[in-house]
Design a protein around this ligand. Structure first.
Ligand code: ADP
Ligand code: MG
Ligand code: MG
Length: 252
């Protein structure tokens, strides 16, 4: 059983106007096997939360804690975070020029596990995971994210998650830019990982659509850099019907 605890997290970014506080005291606890949806209006700081957990250098944690089974995540390098079992799928994945998907996955798997995967089972695992995500085998020979369509990027993220078997996965807008078929395939990948590995999932999304496929146990409404309301799946249904107006206008 793994627990990721985010405690009173405050995060700033450097802007042209100086330091700007984006996260204003975030509290969240995610355990193995749980799926938490973070939903909120654009600009509320959802991606900032994902980047902060990932250790992106642009985001400065000014106070608060992120603990993985009591270990200080904020003191870890980006690699150490991955080895500790955190997986972060970014809203805007970067290109990795000259590195094929196949090599990238193997390198990442080796880094996370601390040893190279056994070749024969690895090749079989990759092939199986790609087939499940309806990915053409030629995809493995392409360079990471180079010329990937939106859907290919998302499938590649989920492929990584299925193969790396993290303890906690943070998925930022995995649904954006996907048509219904791709959304279903990607969601099935997340659900397979949940069944096979008990991964705890933090699913960040603006829209409720993906929650028809990946059922959240908890829903957190994120507004102006912190959690404004929490509940079960019924909260997502209410957001679907009412949108975020009540939170945003309450602030103005
Ligand atoms: P969301 O993912 O909920 O749409 P973001 O975390 O992307 O929100 O952004 C929250 C706020 O922080 C926005 O006002 C955005 O402009 C600002 N912000 C985020 N990252 C940066 C950055 N690197 N530089 C300047 N401002 C940023
Ligand atoms: Mg956004
Ligand atoms: Mg975002």
């Amino acid at each position: 059983m793994t627990t990721l605890e985010i405690k009173d997290l405050h995060v700033s970014v450097e802007t042209e106007q100086g330091e700007k506080e984006i996260l204003k005291g975030v509290n969240l606890t995610i355990k193995s096997g749980e799926t938490h949806a973070i939903m909120g209006p654009n600009g509320s700081g959802k991606s900032t939360l994902a980047y902060s957990i990932a250790g992106h250098p642009k985001y400065t944690v000014t106070s608060g804690e992120v603990l993985l089974d009591g270990e200080d995540v904020l003191a870890m390098s980006v690699d150490e975070r991955a080895r500790a079992g955190l997986f972060l799928a970014m809203q805007y994945p970067v290109e990795v020029p000259g590195v094929t998907v196949s090599n990238f996955l193997r390198t990442a798997k080796t880094a996370v596990d601390g040893e190279a995967p056994k070749l024969r089972t690895w090749v079989k695992d990759v092939k199986g995971a790609m087939e499940n995500l309806r990915m053409d085998s030629a995809f493995a020979d392409r360079n990471v994210n180079e010329g990937f369509s939106g859907g290919e990027k998302k499938r590649h993220e989920i492929l990584q998650m299925e193969l790396l078997q993290p303890k906690i996965a943070v998925l930022d807008e995995t649904d954006s830019g996907l048509d219904v078929d791709a959304l279903r395939i990607v969601s099935e990948g997340v659900n397979r990982a949940k069944e096979n590995t008990e991964v705890g999932v933090l699913l960040i999304t603006h829209y409720t659509r993906i929650l028809n496929y990946i059922k959240p146990d908890f829903v957190h409404v994120f507004v102006d850099g912190k959690v404004a309301e929490e509940g079960g799946p019924e909260l997502a249904d209410r957001l679907e019907a009412e949108g975020y107006d009540r939170y945003v206008s309450a602030k103005a």
